[in-house]
Design a binder for this molecule. Structure first.
Ligand SMILES: Nc1ncnc2c1ncn2[C@@H]1O[C@H](COP(=O)(O)OP(=O)(O)OP(=O)(O)O)[C@@H](O)[C@H]1O
Ligand SMILES: [Mg+2]
Length: 244
């Protein structure tokens, strides 16, 4: 569903992503890992058509993000952790609805989606309050709902659980499992290895803009002869190119 082929991204003379290739299939949850500055966000922004690759191509369901960004965009749900950029003076519902309308949803579909998502994310209690007064985790849930409102086939989540408490993170995991069952294609980045282990079918580890390692966690454990994922991650980014 997502096909990244020999993609590079330069910012001036600086190479943020170099000759990156990987695929993610429908129904698969893939973790994009790497140290700060490895190129994860840059990669997601290119898949989401926000940044244009300097070289190479990315296809979503066979359609090139470079040649037909507007076609691809409808199929993509994108969430960035950290500052999620909601409209503080609007309520949660209004924030989500605003995006839904941008994607061309009719009012009936929009109301149904907001109902489903707020149920799944356990945020019904504060749907009609202005997000300006929300805690970070509450805002994050609104942002998750907003990124999924148009029922995209491809879901890109950049550090989605930043700011969520334990129950928020659990709700998020259940949501991902549900989306996987629905056949969605999910790529997400995280620095939380236990979350990665619980959620991901497979991981991609980037280092300095390149793909160092890919495989299932089980395959990586066997390839490195290590059980602890944090140790394994450090080995993967600093040491060997072990391809499982
Ligand atoms: N717009 C930009 N202009 C110049 N350099 C950029 C730009 N965006 C990203 N970079 C650089 O590209 C590199 C990769 O950044 P990126 O944000 O993709 O990393 P990341 O893997 O998401 O890191 P983190 O885990 O900290 O989120 C960094 O060195 C960053 O400074
Ligand atoms: Mg990032």
């Amino acid at each position: 569903m997502i096909e990244v082929t020999a993609v590079s991204k330069q910012f001036g003379a600086f190479t943020a992503v170099s000759q990156l290739s990987f695929d993610v299939q429908a129904g698969e949850v893939v973790g994009l890992l790497g140290e700060n500055g490895a190129g994860k966000t840059t990669t997601m922004r290119m898949i989401a058509t926000i940044l244009k690759p300097t070289a190479g191509d990315i296809r979503i369901g066979g359609v090139s993000v470079v040649a037909e960004p507007m076609v691809v965009r409808k199929e993509i749900g994108l969430l960035f952790g950290g500052d999620v950029g909601l409209y503080n003076r609007l309520t949660a519902t209004e924030n989500i609805a605003y995006f839904g309308r941008l994607y061309g949803l009719d009012e009936q579909t929009l109301a149904r989606r907001i109902d489903e998502l707020s149920e799944m994310l356990d945020m019904k209690a504060y749907l009609d309050r202005r997000v300006g007064v929300f805690s970070r985790g509450m805002k994050q849930k609104v942002a998750i709902a907003r990124s999924l409102v148009h029922d995209p086939a491809v879901i890109l989540l950049d550090e989605p659980t930043t700011g969520l408490d334990v129950s928020g993170a659990t709700i998020f995991r259940r949501l991902i499992e549900e989306l996987r069952r629905a056949g969605k294609t999910i790529l997400f980045s995280s620095h939380n290895m236990s979350e990665v282990e619980r959620l991901c079918d497979r991981v991609l580890i980037m280092h300095k803009g390149r793909m160092n390692v890919t495989g299932t966690i089980q395959e990586l454990r066997e390839a490195y002869g290590m059980d602890d994922l944090n140790d394994l991650f450090i080995r993967a980014v600093t040491g060997g190119d072990v391809r499982a």
